[in-house]
Design a protein around this ligand. Structure first.
Ligand code: DLL
Length: 443
């Protein structure tokens, strides 16, 4: 566990973040009762509660959470658009959502006090990651239905720092704004930060013309190795924060000054980690699917939301920052991202970890899955750093060999490796799509 803070250790709402554990758990139980009461007004839960004899009085301890039904993304789709809305429409203060791949967004809604609480949740991780009221923040998340833009906007406003609501896209303008308005903090997806880093490092731009000190990344998986690349490339500190629209967006968990994993905002959320096949809880400290129950959301309550995200809740004692909340790992993958190749389960993050250990390759890669002859095959395309790109076959073979060894080390598999020219793979402004699964085309 890290015992040296990376920035000054600051806590936005110590009355909640540092609550004595037994008090915190008592608060969780009483809030869970209220959440169950709100859900009992929704047809989806009403029916399930009736079948199982559940009322708010069934909840008297945290263990009683397990009596409650799970909720899946499919349940939200089946109750599209607003089947989970628990307040009159006239009292909705905000709608946000996820864009979804099927064309229709998944909606979520907020009451005025949901929006207020959300601002504080975002302020919590921003402050613990070094944000002070004197700073200026460039938000390069999309503003729109995506919860990243407005969520972070409200959190920064709550802290009292200056906001540049630039939104994503047009990276030349992003870099120009960094030079012209001198923000100290950048907010975007880690993959967009890679694109901006490219433009800064490869353009004719003096690092000293940019004031960036910190960045807060979230919205997609990234690895510790990617953090090191971006931190050393840009000379900044990067922080991880986690959330999903269905449960309110960013602010559900985030790193503190010690960066020992992300503190879960347990006064407002209960996390479980389950085995996605048996649906039973995993042993403490084991990895599994994260299940989230928001406790305070008035407009769009949801119980035991199965996120499909794979992670760990740490079981290694208290964090030196003084928070009493439990911490979670980075997201290691998603149950729906997992590739099964020759019987071995592989997450893209394992490949990223391997690639980022090889200094000759850039952080830009793509993973293609095919099924040429009944067996799945993974090809990893990776851009070389221009200074390491070589005409010598032998040198390129040697790099490929090192990549192969590194990938074998993290996945136990040999994959096809294609070294490609600098600047040839797709770049991303929002969430990256680095896995191309071509098997579906031939099935
Ligand atoms: O991505 C909310 C968010 C916005 C979080 C900005 C942090 C910052 P959705 O669009 O609903 O909401 O996507 C949620 O994104 O289930 C994870 O799979 C992934 N995700 C979000 N944050 C992280 C992270 C927002 N820090 C889905 N690490 C989640 C890994 C993340 N994956």
């Amino acid at each position: 566990m890290n015992t040296i803070p990376v920035v000054e250790n600051r806590i936005w709402q110590p009355e909640f973040e540092c609550m004595e554990r037994s008090q915190l758990e008592a608060l969780q139980v009483s809030r869970l009762k209220e959440a169950v009461a709100r859900c009992s007004t929704l047809p989806f839960y009403k029916e399930k509660f009736k079948e199982q004899g559940i009322t708010p009085d069934s909840i008297n301890s945290l263990a009683d959470l397990r009596k409650l039904p799970f909720t899946l993304k499919a349940d939200l789709r089946d109750n599209y658009p607003l089947g989970f809305l628990a307040i009159p429409k006239s009292q909705v203060s905000r709608y946000q959502g996820t864009s979804g791949t099927t064309g229709k967004p998944t909606w979520t809604a907020y009451s005025a006090s949901d929006v207020e609480r959300w601002a504080d949740l975002c302020a919590r991780f921003l402050v613990s990651g070094g944000l002070t009221p004197e700073m200026t923040v460039q938000i390069s998340f999309g503003f729109g239905l995506f919860t990243g833009g407005f969520g972070l906007h409200n959190g920064i406003q709550r802290v009292g720092a200056g906001i540049i609501p630039l939104s994503s896209g047009n990276s030349a303008r992003q870099v120009m704004t960094m030079q012209d308005l001198q923000p100290e903090v950048l907010i975007c997806t880690p993959s967009y930060a890679l694109k901006l880093m490219d433009d800064i490092l490869k353009g004719d731009i003096e690092r000293s013309s940019i004031a960036l000190q910190h960045a807060h990344f979230g919205g997609e998986p990234w690895t510790e190795e990617m953090r090191e690349r971006i931190e050393s490339g840009l000379g900044i500190r990067c922080w991880n924060n986690y959330g999903m629209a269905e449960c309110g967006g960013p602010g559900i968990a985030g790193e503190c000054a010690y960066r020992n994993g992300m503190h879960i905002q347990e006064d407002q959320y209960i996390f479980e980690v389950i085995d996605p096949d048996t649906l039973e809880p995993v042993a403490p400290g084991e990895k599994g699917e994260i299940v989230v129950t928001p406790l305070c959301r008035e407009a769009f309550p949801i119980l035991r939301y199965r996120t499909r995200d794979i992670g760990i809740i740490y079981d290694d004692g208290d964090c030196p920052c003084g928070r009493t909340t439990r911490r979670m790992s980075r997201i290691l993958g998603r149950t729906d991202d997992m590739l099964i190749v020759r019987g071995v389960n592989v997450f893209p993050s394992q490949i990223e970890t391997a690639l980022m250990q090889i200094k000759d390759v850039s952080p830009h890669y793509m993973i293609e899955v095919t099924r040429p002859k009944a067996l799945d095959e993974i090809t990893v395309y990776i851009e070389m750093e221009p200074e390491f790109f070589s005409d010598s076959m032998r040198e390129m073979q040697e790099i490929k060999q090192r990549i192969d060894t590194a990938i074998f080390g993290t996945t136990g598999l040999h994959m096809k490796i294609e070294l490609v020219n600098p600047n040839t793979l797709e770049r991303f402004e929002g969430k990256a799509r680095r896995v191309k699964d071509l098997r579906k085309l031939v099935d």
